[in-house]
Write a protein that binds this ligand. Structure first.
Ligand SMILES: C[S@@+](CC[C@H](N)C(=O)[O-])C[C@H]1O[C@@H](n2cnc3c(N)ncnc32)[C@H](O)[C@@H]1O
Length: 394
């Protein structure tokens, strides 16, 4: 059985509060009582609360159907088709080559989920939740990719007990499979590598936009993006901050894709990619800012510390690390994508979602100081931490 890193339980330091436990227990009994349910439904003042709660539970229960409605819309390109112009059932049935009687169920389901809306004369148009999906190829690529995750989630308890004979997600992410000890092999088929690199490249704009909107690169001279994939972030940064020199480090097969992309975009004078393994090889030196975007959460604690130590060693005194990835909610914060990322990374078989506090502690442990979270517009997509190297380690 794989050993997974444990998250630190929140608020362990809190003193026991028996009165609070008793109050919570009383409230739990109240909320689960059929008599109280009947009373709240019959009372016009409380009915709306019960209705809203019932709707939320129903949505939770039906979530897997909703996801498949979304996937069918993406596979049949329905959102893009109605984005071009509103269309009738007959027009969509002809375009998608699905019988109208079956397609109508999909369109009505998508309408109920606000992916579509009716625009008069029986035409379907883009709904408020369909618009972001139609507008972002990266989102559609992730929705398609979830078919892989969905296979591993069919028996969530078997997944938790590590009893799945062949995890599809672990196969999809070959470096995660290697780190979990299943293969140990670090040379993978080019199609395996380009498949996940393409997906990362397609979904990266969400994260890149957050980083660029939040952090000013003006004071830096040279940036190294560690685990930078095909170079989507580096390419965007090259255009955003023309004074910067840029480097990228990733596994050799991925770095080769990035290098080819820099050359194709005419960026080779300012951007270069170096291939290597950040768990074994030193990182290129010379950058005064190193970025680590959506990398740490893929790896177990000991490996993350090794990567952070390598970054610390590669930075000059006064250099900065910028770490961006989804992070776990702290007690009292609004829930973001925690359930999704916990299970995504579990299925992947390596790494875990960490809180700001856990990452801050890891950064301090390997020698970084002044660790600071930067508030960004869309924390669901990513959160951002910056840390400084203020001393050299022995
Ligand atoms: C989840 S992807 C993120 C890519 C990119 N930063 C982004 O946000 O789209 C993680 C990246 O880390 C790279 N990686 C994984 N293990 C590595 C290793 N041992 N050495 C170097 N790079 C590695 C992968 O090839 C991949 O490009």
């Amino acid at each position: 059985m794989k050993t997974l890193d444990l998250a630190k339980p929140a608020a362990l330091h809190e003193r026991p509060r028996p009165w609070r436990d008793n109050l919570d227990a009383w409230f739990d009994r109240l909320l689960t009582s059929p008599a109280v349910y009947r009373w709240t439904v019959s009372n016009p003042l409380t009915r709306w609360i019960t209705r809203r709660r019932a709707q939320q539970v129903f949505d939770l229960m039906a979530g897997f159907v909703h996801t498949q409605v979304l996937l069918a819309c993406v596979r049949l390109r329905i959102l893009e088709l109605v984005c071009e112009s509103p269309r009738t059932l007959g027009e969509l049935a002809a375009k998608c080559q699905v019988p109208a009687s079956a397609l109508q169920r999909l369109l009505e389901s998508a309408r109920a989920l606000r992916l579509l809306e009716l625009r008069g004369q029986g035409r379907y148009g883009l709904g408020p939740l369909g618009a972001p999906v139609a507008g972002h190829p990266g989102l559609r690529a992730m929705i398609e990719h979830h078919a892989v995750l969905y296979q591993d989630l069919q028996d969530p308890v078997a997944l938790l007990l590590d009893q799945l004979p062949q995890g599809q997600m672990a196969k999809y992410w070959p470096y995660a499979e290697a780190e979990s000890g299943t293969t140990g092999e670090r040379r993978w088929q080019p199609d395996q590598v380009s498949r996940y690199s393409n997906l990362m490249s397609a979904s990266q704009p969400f994260v890149v936009d957050e980083v660029i909107a939040t952090y000013a690169f003006t004071d830096h001279r040279c940036v190294l993006d560690v685990g930078g994939g095909q170079g989507t972030f580096v390419s965007k940064l090259a255009r955003h901050a023309p004074h910067l020199q840029l480097k990228l480090f990733d596994l050799p097969q991925v770095a080769a894709l990035a290098q080819a992309s820099f050359e194709q975009q005419g960026l080779a004078e300012r951007a270069s990619a170096v291939g290597g393994d950040f768990l074994r090889d030193p990182l290129p030196v010379g950058a005064d800012l190193i970025t680590l975007v959506r990398v740490a959460h893929d790896h177990p604690d000991e490996h993350v510390k090794a990567i952070l130590r390598a970054i610390h060693a590669a930075l000059p005194l006064g250099g900065t690390l910028l770490l961006a990835e989804p992070m776990a909610q702290a007690a009292g914060e609004a829930p973001l994508g925690d359930a999704y990322f916990h299970f995504y990374l579990l299925a992947m078989g390596s790494g875990r979602l960490r809180s700001v506090q856990e990452l801050t502690e890891m950064l301090s442990e390997v020698g970084f100081s002044n660790v600071e979270p930067l508030p960004n517009p869309m924390p669901m997509q990513t959160r951002i931490l910056v840390a400084r190297k203020s001393k050299c380690l022995p």
